[in-house]
Design a protein around this ligand. Structure first.
Ligand SMILES: [Zn+2]
Length: 493
């Protein structure tokens, strides 16, 4: 009924028919955040993109196991220091305090943007034994070597049987020419060989004892270990931000092939980057803002704040594989669009197809509405094209508004068509796109308005209205208190 899903595979650079390895099961792994600072907006966009993919696959009836990791060790700064260790040292906290704080923050941000949690959220430190095992296997197979307490992946050896860099499309010879001579590279056979295990410097806080050294695992290793542990040696979808393609994902492929001789991932998917007024978003350019700044509007580049659902809606108006450009104009446009959608959905939810009507079917209209519903599915089936799907939802919304304003009559449509329109709009908006109603209505202000009405009615000696307001508020759990010179209230006791 919904047609076939096609998606763009970064590995083949083709739009391919989605055929899971073990239907109806689908395994999806997405590289999660390194929890050493506030999650940045680019990450939020990536995780919202994969939230949509998770939601749509589930809608199609697949049993999805969605794994997204927490990186709590091994992600190094250019200085060679672990990102979490550095932050712990600067803030004089335990590394695990840093990890916990930013994991909590990250979860709050994801919840604010209505992203469903993954089914498994493993952490790198929780999988050290498995990482050590994978290093042992790679050593035993000759794809890794020891050097001064560290263990490196042997790319020259790997390239005798496989092709390093095939995902990002880089050639090893070019990479060697481009690579800078970094500290510690003297230990390596090839400057591009990446660390599987790093011997810790004396001041390094996070360290574990192994036969190689007191040290810590390389960052790329955890994802190979955790994805294959929970999804098997070969799984369906591996996602992440575009910036992870190289070296992170190319290294993951190398580690898995070196360990199992099996291509680990059938479909690689990458969400694109953010730009601000056409320029790359980056801290150094001063044009990057954090999720909470976008919500509060507290940033010099922002005209105002935007609600989380307006931001989510804004992100979905671009295809995940296109760059997403932030500008005040675009955000304001999305805010209007989001409100229009929210209003339409609110009207639709209250709309009921009337009973016992004499039908006067407008078959052209019926065909049109059914085609619009089909189009929503086709858009999502075409590589999760949320931008296009939103366009079709707005076409349907126009019909809803016409029904509301009685420009068209319910009797123009049969009930099945009306029901399909309603369920398509609701399912796509709320379940698939994850756009939920946001209310800015302030209950206290509304109550104050009612209490003023009550005081006016009392002054006018309109006791019928006075009693009615008392009764209605009591039903809502509010007790009106007639004080000497004002009207107060209390919760019913
Ligand atoms: Zn990863």
């Amino acid at each position: 009924m919904f047609g076939k899903l096609r998606l763009t595979n970064s590995l083949t650079r083709e739009k391919e028919l989605f055929e899971p390895i073990n239907p109806p099961n689908v395994g999806m792994y997405v590289c999660g955040p390194t929890v050493y600072s506030d999650v940045h907006l680019g990450n939020v966009r990536t995780f919202i993109s994969f939230d949509i993919i998770n939601r749509y696959l589930k809608f199609l009836g697949y049993k999805v196991r969605y794994v997204r990791n927490i990186t709590d060790v091994g992600h190094l700064l250019d200085t060679g220091e672990d990102k979490i260790s550095e932050k712990a040292r600067l803030d004089k906290l335990e590394p695990m305090e840093i990890v916990q704080k930013y994991t909590n923050d990250f979860h709050n941000v994801m919840k604010t943007f209505n992203a469903l949690p993954p089914d498994i959220e493993p952490s790198a430190i929780g999988h050290l034994l498995e990482q050590i095992e994978m290093i042992e296997t790679l050593l035993a197979k000759g794809f890794a070597y020891k050097a001064k307490g560290s263990v490196y992946f042997d790319l020259n050896k790997y390239n005798e049987s496989y092709e390093y860099g095939k995902l990002s499309g880089r050639k090893i010879e070019d990479l060697i020419n481009q690579s800078r001579v970094l500290e510690g590279q003297d230990d390596k056979k090839n400057p591009l060989d990446f660390a599987l295990w790093k011997k810790a410097a004396p001041n390094h806080i996070m360290r574990w004892k192994t036969e190689w050294s007191d040290g810590f695992p390389g960052w790329h290793l955890e994802c190979s270990v955790m994805s294959t542990k929970y999804l098997g040696p070969q799984f369906d979808i591996h996602g992440g931000g575009m910036d992870l393609k190289f070296p992170h994902h190319d290294c993951e492929i190398a580690q898995c092939l070196g360990t199992t001789n099996k291509e680990p991932v059938k479909y690689w998917m990458h969400a694109n980057m953010l730009t601000v007024n056409g320029q790359k978003m980056s801290k150094s350019l001063g044009n990057s803002f954090l999720p909470w700044q976008l919500i509060s509007g507290e940033h010099e580049m922002l005209d105002r704040g935007y609600s989380p659902m307006a931001i989510r809606f804004f992100m979905l108006q671009s295809h995940y594989a296109s760059t997403l450009d932030f500008s005040n104009d675009a955000l304001n446009g999305s805010l209007k669009g989001y409100k229009k959608l929210a209003n339409g959905i609110r009207i639709l939810k209250e709309m009921v197809y009337p009973e016992n009507q004499t039908l006067n079917i407008n078959s052209a209209l019926v065909d049109q509405v059914n085609k619009m519903c089909d189009d929503c599915h086709h858009a999502m089936n075409d590589d999760f094209n949320t931008a296009l799907a939103i366009g079709h939802l707005f076409n349907l919304l126009k019909k809803v508004n016409s029904l509301y304003s009685k420009q068209i009559a319910f009797t123009d449509l049969d009930q099945a068509t009306f029901d399909r329109m309603k369920s398509t709009l609701l399912t796509f908006t709320e379940d698939i796109l994850g756009i939920k109603p946001e209310t800015n209505i302030n209950g206290q202000n509304l109550l104050n308005i009612l209490l003023e009405n009550y005081a006016d009615a009392k002054a006018e000696k309109n006791y019928k209205k006075v009693d009615l307001l008392r009764q209605q508020l009591r039903k809502e759990g509010i007790n009106i208190k007639d004080m000497k010179d004002f009207v107060g209230w209390a919760y019913n006791e």
